[in-house]
Design a protein around this ligand. Structure first.
Ligand code: UDP
Length: 386
């Protein structure tokens, strides 16, 4: 019988996302592949999502991302309202075989609280698992709910209770990885790029300082809090400083942004983003946190751009030092490594992505996990009935 999966992408951005959006990019890649494998997909998202699915429903007409960094008392109802919509669907229908959930914390807690009458669920952990210690450290979701990580290193740092619910990890893939090894290789420019949210963990301040030191032009692409364009941030005035990422950008990154050697171009999307990433001599990840899944790392490899990064989180798992990138434990070495990155072969990066990070590889792995989650839930039910 055909498997029906409720794919819960959450209320924050449409699928596919208009630009920035790690989780939404992954869902946009996974759903078409699952459908090709014969899985029926019911997508829970927002009204502006355009990803083809067998069915779609939403609570919010459009993405609530701009609300995300407002004070807790203004934003705490958003994901709950979305999950409430999911729960209503699950109660009203009996055709859902499994929920694949991507909503941080609330998704896991709500599905666990639904108890044995809800379908089994796989909750993908896209974030840093040292967060939410009270939830993750005490999790007891019975046999019905399983979690998966997005890298082995991420799961290794998880609290024991969470690891006990784990069925392993699945590396990420995004639309940029589609046909990675078939497209013609792009001419390389002389610049490096940091693609991602501008945030202390992603370390754009370090990257900008070191790129200037060694004289490598650097493009910073990504949103600052809810601001996607430099002119929007400028127009927001002092108010914008309530947002911690805006404060980080203004105080630590902007002093290095001279519009010449270091540029902030805002959020880039579609062809512009792909050309910018593919044309870079290196993608830089001067990380200050343990990067959990590294969507942009995988995307860089897929477009033939070697990765230069601090050897933190999933980086050593995704990048082979000396072949597809250059990794270091010493932040101060990153500038010199940017210079050396031109010696790496872009075709090697794409071959690696085509072997390990394709949509098909990711989808097959998830189908396998769906089966083990359903199997585990059946065993749990039999034990409860005995
Ligand atoms: N991204 C984008 N445009 C930008 C910045 C980022 O399309 O200007 C995309 C990027 O391609 C990746 C995602 O947003 O798919 C960022 O995901 P990542 O896991 O690297 O960062 P995080 O989810 O931690 O913010």
């Amino acid at each position: 019988m055909r498997l029906t999966v409720l794919m819960n992408a959450g209320p924050w951005l449409s699928v596919p996302p208009p630009g920035y959006g790690g989780i939404e990019n992954v869902v946009a890649t996974l759903v078409p592949e699952l459908r090709r494998l014969g899985v029926r997909v019911v997508l829970a998202s927002v009204g502006t999502s355009t990803l083809p699915a067998d069915e779609r429903f939403s609570v919010f007409p459009d993405g609530q991302f701009a609300a995300l960094q407002r004070p807790y008392n203004q934003v705490c109802g958003v994901s709950q309202a979305h999950l409430d919509g999911v729960v209503r669907q699950l109660r009203a229908r009996d055709d859902i075989d499994l929920v694949h959930d991507h909503v941080e914390a609330v998704g896991l807690a709500t599905l666990a609280a639904m108890g044995p009458h809800a379908p089994p669920a796989l909750h993908t952990l896209h974030w840093d698992l040292t967060k939410h210690p009270e939830l993750y450290g005490n999790l007891d979701a019975g046999g019905r709910i399983r979690v998966n990580g997005v890298s082995a290193s991420q799961l290794a740092r998880a609290p024991r209770a969470l690891r006990e619910h784990s069925v392993g990890h699945v590396h990420l893939s995004t639309p940029l990885a589609v046909g990675a090894d078939r497209a013609p290789l792009r001419e390389k420019g002389d610049y490096a790029i940091i693609l991602g949210r501008i945030n202390p963990g992603k370390g754009q301040d370090v990257g900008a300082r070191l790129a200037r030191r060694v004289g490598v032009p650097l493009v910073l692409a990504g949103p600052v809090g809810p601001y996607h364009r430099p002119q929007d941030l400028a127009a927001a005035g002092k108010e914008a400083r309530q947002n911690p990422d805006v404060r980080f950008f203004s105080d630590e990154v902007a002093p290095h942004v001279d519009g010449d050697l270091v540029r902030w171009v805002g959020t880039v999307a579609g062809r512009e983003r792909d050309d910018l990433l593919a044309g870079a001599r290196a993608a830089l990840f001067p990380l200050r946190w343990e990067e959990p899944g590294g969507t942009a790392v995988v995307e860089s490899l897929a477009l033939g751009t070697p990765v230069v990064a601090t050897a933190r989180g999933c980086l050593p798992e995704l990048v082979e030092h000396g072949r597809t990138g250059l990794l270091t434990d010493e932040e101060e070495e990153l500038g010199e490594l940017l210079l050396a990155a031109s010696l790496l072969d872009p075709a090697e990066c794409r071959r690696e992505a085509a072997a390990r990070f394709t949509p098909a590889v990711m989808a097959e792995r998830y189908v396998g996990l769906y089966e083990s989650v359903r199997q585990g839930a059946r065993v749990g039910r039999m034990r409860a009935a005995a």
